[in-house]
Design a protein around this ligand. Structure first.
Ligand SMILES: *Cc1c(COP(=O)(O)O)cnc(C)c1O
Length: 352
C-alpha cells in the first residue's frame, strides 16, 4: 500500500543479521557465537535474581559494570562507556564522533553494519579497497576524512593488524576519531589499548557476544579518553537513559570477575580453530590465518554458495556473503570439537 505519510519516512537499507534457527538440531556456525557457556557465576546471578528489584529503573550510569571493566583494563572509571551490545556502542559512537562534513573511511570488506549506520545518520562515507590478500592498506587512511572505523581483527576476513599499523593511522589523523572495533581481539595477538595513553583520538569497542559467550545478554563497551566517553554519554542520555538491564549489569560484572574461566574458554576456541585450520586446508580449503573465532575459507574446486547450500541441507549453518569479491568464501564459526568434526565429515563429502 502507498499511504500519504510514507513521503516522510526515513528510508534505509537495513543490516541483515545471520539467521537464528528455531530448530535445536542445527549445528550453528553462522554468527560467531561462542560454543561454551558463560562464566559459572553468571548462572548464579540469574538464578538468584530477586525480581523485586525489577520495580526500579536500572542505574543510568551503569557504574558497577563500567567500574569493573575499567579496573580490568587498567583505565579510569571515566574511560568506559557501556551499551546494549557493541552494535549499540558503535551506533552511539558514529552519532557522536562522525558529525563533520568530510566522509568517514572504512575498508570495503568489513563489518556490513558500518555503511548502514552511516546511511541512517546521514554521515558521508567512502570505502578503501583491501588488497588481493584482504589486507588493509594503512596509506588509504592518510587522506582527509571525517573519521575512521576499522575492525581489528577484521570481519569477515579474520585478519589482525599489529599495533604499529594503527599507530601510523592515529598519528596522521589528529582531527579524526579512529574507532577500532575489537569484537574478536580476545582470540588474537593483542589489543591497541596501549596506544590510548599516547593518542587522544582512539576509541576501542569491545563486546561480550563472542569471547564472553553472552551474545544473548547484549553487552558491549567502549574505552577512550574521558572527554570522548563524556561526549558519548551526552548522546546516549539524549536518546535512552536506561539501556542495560539490572540482570545484564550484574552478570556482566560476574563475567569480568572470572578471569581464569575466561582465559580457559578463549584458549579452547583458539586450539580448536588452529586444529581445524589445518584439517580443512588438508581437504583443499584455503584462506587467511585466522586471529578470530571463525575461519574465512574457500575451496579450490567447489564454490562458496554451493557448499553453503549443501551444508544447510544437512542442518549445518555457516555464513556466506553474496558480495562478488568474497562469494567464493565461507565464514565458519569455531564450534566445539564435536561440531567441527561433523562439519569436516560433511565437507569431505561435498568436495570429494
Ligand atoms: C559481532 C560483531 C559486532 C557486534 O557485536 P554485539 O556486541 O553482539 O552487538 C560488532 N562488530 C563486529 C566486527 C562483530 O563481528
Amino acid at each position: 500500500m502507498q499511504y500519504k505519510w510514507m513521503d516522510n519516512v526515513r528510508k534505509v537499507e537495513p543490516y541483515v543479521a545471520g539467521e537464528q534457527p528455531k530448530n535445536a538440531d542445527v549445528i550453528k556456525l553462522n554468527t560467531n557465537e561462542n560454543p561454551y557457556p558463560p562464566a559459572p557465576e553468571v548462572r548464579s546471578i540469574i538464578n538468584g535474581m530477586d525480581t523485586d528489584i525489577l520495580r526500579k529503573y536500572p542505574d543510568p550510569t551503569i557504574s558497577d559494570l563500567v567500574n569493573a571493566l575499567a579496573d580490568y583494563h587498567g583505565v579510569g572509571h571515566d574511560q568506559v562507556f557501556a551499551g546494549v551490545g557493541s552494535d549499540d556502542v558503535l551506533s552511539v559512537a558514529f552519532l557522536t564522533f562522525f558529525a563533520g562534513d568530510k566522509p568517514i573511511i572504512f575498508p570495503d570488506i568489513t563489518y556490513a553494519f558500518y555503511p548502514v549506520w552511516a546511511d541512517v545518520y546521514r554521515i558521508p562515507y567512502g570505502t578503501a579497497p583491501v588488497g588481493a590478500d584482504f589486507r588493509i592498506n594503512a596509506a588509504d587512511y592518510m587522506k582527509e576524512n571525517g573519521g575512521i572505523v576499522i575492525a581489528n581483527p577484521n570481519a569477515p576476513t579474520s585478519i589482525w593488524e599489529a599495533v604499529d599499523f594503527f599507530e601510523e593511522i592515529l598519528k596522521n589523523n589528529p582531527s579524526s576519531m579512529v574507532i577500532v572495533d575489537e569484537a574478536y581481539v580476545d582470540f588474537s595477538n593483542g589489543s591497541v589499548l596501549p596506544l590510548l595513553e599516547k593518542y587522544d583520538n582512539l576509541l576501542i569497542v569491545r563486546t561480550y557476544s563472542k569471547s564472553r559467550s553472552m551474545a544473548g545478554m547484549r553487552i558491549g563497551y567502549a574505552i577512550g579518553r574521558p572527554e570522548a566517553i563524556a561526549a558519548m554519554n551526552d548522546i546516549k542520555q539524549s536518546i535512552n537513559s536506561y539501556t542495560l538491564t539490572q540482570i545484564a549489569i550484574a552478570s556482566g560484572v560476574a563475567s569480568v570477575n572470572d578471569e581464569k574461566y575466561f582465559a580457559l574458554s578463549c584458549a579452547k576456541v583458539v586450539a580448536t580453530r588452529d586444529k581445524y585450520d589445518a584439517v580443512l586446508r588438508s581437504i583443499g580449503f584455503s584462506g587467511p590465518k585466522s586471529q578470530t573465532n571463525f575461519l574465512f575459507f574457500r575451496h579450490e574446486r567447489v564454490g562458496g554458495n554451493e557448499i553453503f547450500k549443501r551444508l544447510r541441507e544437512q542442518n549445518i549453518f555457516v555464513r556466506h556473503f553474496s558480495k562478488p569479491a568474497i562469494d567464493d568464501y565461507l565464514r565458519i564459526t569455531i564450534g566445539t570439537d564435536e561440531e567441527m568434526e561433523r562439519l569436516t565429515q560433511a565437507l569431505k563429502d561435498i568436495v570429494k
